[in-house]
Write a protein that binds this ligand. Structure first.
Ligand SMILES: Nc1ncnc2c1ncn2[C@@H]1O[C@H](COP(=O)(O)OP(=O)(O)OP(=O)(O)O)[C@@H](O)[C@H]1O
Length: 282
């Protein structure tokens, strides 16, 4: 087990003292090199995330949110630094530690369901790949379908479901192997405003029920604040952490939170912070 030392300079994101965070991101950087040139997507990202914490990640398009999530999901190797999950290093150069990957569930903007499988088989896929027996699989799928409110749709096919329902299937599938960490990249970005609000309530309930640690990428400041225990604001070129904002609002948070003065204060501050980027660019 390789434990990296804390950065010597206290930055806002490392200021919370915790000897054993669930996730430790240290000195993380990513440079993409293509025939068309070099992009410094991330630079010197340091962040500790605690067990059962819900962290929202916001920032302008191109600031590296997806890159950060993909590095954490073991899909893209970093060019500098490390991600530790439960004290284990995720990356060894370009090789990912598969024992760490097993602890993760990932949900993307597109639900990525298999159109030729029904909902039951889509949810069960990770369990089938792991060789879980049919009866056990069936019980687990039923339990997950109830958790996401789709127990009556198990025989249906993805094309017969709405976008919000398909995303709930993707969430159930990501949860099938009891991940300790759920990584979500704009999972509700393609949904209409009302469905999105409903899904925000759902994901909160699911996170509390499963006690998963969640990292949630979004463009939407309201969504970031209403869901997060903390909101991490990334700025672009290269992607760096600008602010880490604590959200000290009680849970569970319902739709009434949007009438709360403290909520509006936090959203307003983040708006200002994001707009400052425009001012600097102009
Ligand atoms: N595979 C890749 N090859 C080359 N450059 C890439 C690749 N993926 C991302 N980039 C570049 O890295 C930067 C960060 O991209 P990334 O997708 O992580 O940002 P983002 O904040 O998630 O953006 P958005 O909010 O628009 O999804 C961008 O400049 C992008 O063009």
């Amino acid at each position: 087990m390789s434990m990296q030392t804390q950065p010597t300079v206290a930055t806002p994101e490392t200021a919370v003292p915790d000897a054993s965070p669930e996730i430790r991101i240290s000195g993380l950087g990513k440079t993409y090199k293509t025939e068309r040139g070099t992009t410094h997507a991330l630079s010197d990202i340091n962040l500790d995330i605690h067990k059962e914490e819900f962290v929202s990640l916001i920032g302008r398009s191109g600031c590296g949110k997806t890159t950060l999530l993909r590095i954490m999901a073991g899909l893209v190797p970093p060019t500098a630094g490390q991600v530790e999950i439960g004290g284990r290093a995720l990356w060894d150069q370009e090789t990912v530690d598969s024992s760490v990957i097993r602890r993760l569930g990932v949900v993307f903007q597109d639900s990525n369901l298999f159109p030729w499988y029904n909902i039951e088989d889509n949810i069960a896929l990770p369990l089938r790949l792991r060789g879980v027996k049919k009866n056990e699989r069936r019980d687990r799928v039923r339990e997950l379908a109830e958790l996401v409110g789709l127990e009556n749709f198990l025989p249906n096919y993805p094309r017969e479901l709405s976008g919000g329902m398909r995303q709930r299937v993707a969430i159930a599938r990501a949860l099938s192997d009891n991940p300790e960490l759920l990584l979500m990249d704009e999972p509700f970005g393609a949904l209409d405003a009302l469905t999105r609000e409903k899904m925000n309530m759902e994901i909160q309930r699911i996170a509390l029920a499963t006690r998963a640690t969640v990292v949630f990428v979004t463009h939407d400041i309201d969504e970031a604040v209403s869901l997060g225990d903390r909101v991490v604001h990334l700025t672009p070129r290269p992607g760096r952490i600008k602010d880490v904002v604590e959200v000290p609002l009680a849970r569970p948070r319902g739709l009434e939170i949007k009438k709360d003065a403290a909520f509006h204060g936090l959203v307003g501050n983040l708006h200002t912070s994001l707009n400052e980027e425009d001012d600097h660019e102009s």
